[in-house]
Write a protein that binds this ligand. Structure first.
Ligand code: ING
Length: 303
């Protein structure tokens, strides 16, 4: 067996006035705790460095770009990279990426995976952007990811590191089976994802009471149907008056929830994950080579 001790490093709310240094301090405190518990890998949330700014309609691009990172690591995040390398812990976290590519400025909802030597070994840019692109004043708060980010252009790559095959996803991605299957087809053994999920979804308030259920259902299904571990880490609690769900979870390839957060604040959720556990599913019930019938699935990509 290949045991990896993994932590979901849940973050409580980040308010608009909370600068990056204060957030990095909180992330370093969780990293230190992870070191004390012998962790190999720590998974931080989506957009971990700032408040969830897509909840506001902004027209001034400079105001929007204040929430983005123009380089990574940056002066603010360097202490996190330094501490992780000193502790020999791999980590991943999400941030708003501002980058010049193909001769123009691009903006993505991004996450990176850094190995135990401090090297960025995987980058992912969010593909399923939820919400809307224009101001919708009828909503109690906005969800403008389609306005502020481009659709990710890196697909869902996987990388062999820390003794296993790792992949990443971000928030809304976890609700779509295709996310896990594209990585499952590449042999993924552990999917690392962060999320910022408001409890209230203005278009469907009657679903608000099912928020944690849908969160768990999505990750448990993805894990089981692809024989992979899924680590889902929340940024949660009340940010600028908007409540976001916690329930950060470590899900086994069986679909069982091995560990889960119990607060709506900074909380380290730790589990020993045997990367060999997915084998029985990948070779058995979900043996893609033996049982999958791609010719029958064409509608999935043609429609
Ligand atoms: N957030 C939410 C998510 O998919 C959402 C969007 C909110 C969907 C409420 C459904 C209900 O978890 C992000 N950032 O994708």
């Amino acid at each position: 067996s290949r045991i990896l001790t993994v932590a979901a490093a849940q973050l409580g709310p980040i308010q608009r006035v909370d600068g990056r240094p204060a957030v990095i301090k909180r992330m370093c405190a969780l990293l230190t705790q992870a070191g004390e518990q012998g962790c190999d890998l720590v998974v931080f949330p989506e957009l971990a460095l700032t408040t969830f700014f897509p909840r506001w309609y902004m027209e001034d691009q400079a105001q929007v770009d204040a929430f983005f990172e123009a380089q990574m690591p940056s002066a603010d995040t360097q202490p996190l990279f330094d501490l992780a390398r000193a502790l020999k812990i791999g980590f991943c976290f999400g941030y708003a990426e501002l980058v010049e590519e193909d001769g123009r400025l691009r903006r993505f909802n991004t996450s990176i995976l850094v190995d135990k030597d401090g090297k960025i070994v995987l980058k992912y840019r969010k593909i399923h952007l939820p919400g809307h692109a224009e101001d919708e004043p009828w909503r109690a708060f906005q969800h403008l990811e389609k306005r502020y980010f481009e659709i990710g252009n890196l697909n869902w790559p996987v990388v062999r590191t820390m003794g296993g095959v790792m992949g990443m996803a971000i928030c809304n991605d976890r609700r779509w089976p295709e996310t896990y299957r594209v990585m499952g087809l590449q042999g993924v053994e552990m999917v690392l994802l962060g999320y910022n999920t408001p409890r209230h979804n203005p278009p469907a308030p009657e679903h608000d009471r099912l928020s944690e259920f849908h969160n768990q259902l999505s990750m448990q299904a993805g894990a089981y149907q692809n024989g992979t571990w899924v680590i889902g880490t929340a940024k949660c609690g009340v940010e600028e008056g908007c409540e976001m769900i916690g329930a950060s979870s470590i899900v086994a390839p069986s679909g069982q929830i091995v560990a889960q957060a119990i607060t709506q604040d900074d909380e380290l959720v730790v589990a020993r994950c045997d990367l060999d556990m997915g084998r029985a599913y990948k070779d058995g019930i979900f043996n893609f080579a033996k049982h999958r019938q791609p010719d029958q699935y064409r509608l999935i990509v043609e429609r």
